[in-house]
Design a protein around this ligand. Structure first.
Ligand code: 7PM
Length: 348
């Protein structure tokens, strides 16, 4: 790596002070949000293997003219018509084959639609429709099968839900067909790298795209993941993907970055990312966090996948407190309740 790289990680979040004269204290107003003030930041400087860190007050940072400051503080434009001034909830809808029913397809699609309608009624802002081909250790699903699973579900939901629909896919053709069927967002766990056509297809749809970090292929990524500094490596990787998207005609305002909890990461890696996710605001995009029911919660507590709601809520609130704009969760109603308490105290 060539020159030194500088990062700003906002820390010491403060509640807005009602009635305070405008601009005092000069806290960091991250992503243009009036509810998201930070008193200080960790200023991180990486030069090859050497990483230097120091705490600076917001005041000092404002005076520094640090180049990352502008993207960090810039107000985010709405994504798919959704304002990014408070945490949004994205509900997970898996379209899975049901091997126990011979009638097959209809039942699978019906179950997915019913589940999506429930999450919509629970107050999801976005529904993430996925054929579940990207879980760690999973075998890939072929194109025809992915289209058969997902297109009927999108067509059934598009006219019936309040939430925006997202398509969770790595395939260019699925992105195109889903866009025509009415999705408002593309979620690609390979950050448009798996399919050589994906960058172009995504650009042509004109839709916003979630760029998720992953190390390695879903089948092998948990084998022995290694990083220099996981938080800074993920940051740099996402910065490079944003640049590739800009070259392909997808502007930063249409991109959402995601640290990819569980995708090529050890427990320590996942916890470091969860604890420092606020650093990603320096990339100038909206941030998405998907920690719901993931295995790091099991590693910490021994809880099986269906017993991980408390840990998932803790992770969601850690994200909200660091300004994450989109939380990808299985349990929409529970997450909304947790966020209502957080937001209530926040605005008090
Ligand atoms: C087994 C393990 C099944 C993990 C499913 C999963 C993310 C995602 C997934 C995420 C974005 C899950 C994951 N996770 N897309 N897709 N971010 N953008 O928990 O963290 O659903 S699959």
């Amino acid at each position: 790596m060539a020159a030194k790289t500088l990062y700003i990680r906002p820390i010491a979040r403060m509640a807005p002070t009602p009635g305070a004269p405008a601009g005092t204290p000069r806290a960091l107003r991250v992503a243009g949000r009036s509810d998201l003030l930070f008193a200080a930041a960790e200023l991180i400087e990486r030069d090859g293997a050497e990483v230097r860190r120091r705490i600076v007050l917001a005041e000092e940072l404002h005076a520094s003219q640090h180049p990352t400051l502008e993207p960090l503080l810039r107000r985010r434009v709405p994504i798919a018509g959704l304002a990014l001034d408070r945490p949004l909830v994205m509900g997970v809808v898996n379209v899975t084959p049901d091997s126990f029913s011979d009638g097959g397809r209809h039942l699978d699609a019906d179950a997915a639609v019913a589940h999506a309608l429930r999450l919509d009624a629970e107050g999801a802002d976005i529904l993430d429709i996925g054929p579940e081909s990207t879980r760690p250790g999973a075998e890939p699903v072929d194109l025809a099968e992915e289209l058969r699973r997902v297109v009927p579900v999108i067509e059934a939901l598009a006219p019936r839900v309040r939430a925006r629909l997202a398509i969770d896919t790595r395939k260019a053709e699925v992105m195109r067909r889903a866009a025509r069927a009415g999705v408002a967002l593309i979620n690609d766990v390979s950050a448009l790298m798996h399919d050589p056509e994906a960058l172009r297809a995504a650009a042509e749809t004109g839709l916003p795209v979630v760029l998720m970090h992953a190390q390695g292929d879903p089948r092998t990524m948990q084998d022995d993941p290694r990083y220099g500094d996981v938080v800074l490596d993920v940051y740099d990787w996402l910065a490079a993907r944003i640049e590739a998207c800009a070259q392909a005609g997808i502007p930063r305002s249409r991109l959402i970055v995601d640290p990819g909890i569980g995708f090529g990461k050890t427990l320590a890696h996942n916890l470091a990312l969860l604890g420092s996710v606020s650093i990603l605001h320096g990339l100038g995009c909206a941030v998405l966090l998907g920690a719901s029911r993931k295995s790091f919660i099991g590693r910490l507590t021994g809880a099986e996948v269906d017993d991980r709601l408390p840990g998932s809520l803790a992770a969601a609130l850690l994200g909200a407190a660091q300004g994450v704009q989109i939380l990808r969760v299985h349990d929409v109603a529970a997450t909304r309740q947790a966020l209502a308490v957080w937001e209530g105290a926040q605005g008090a």
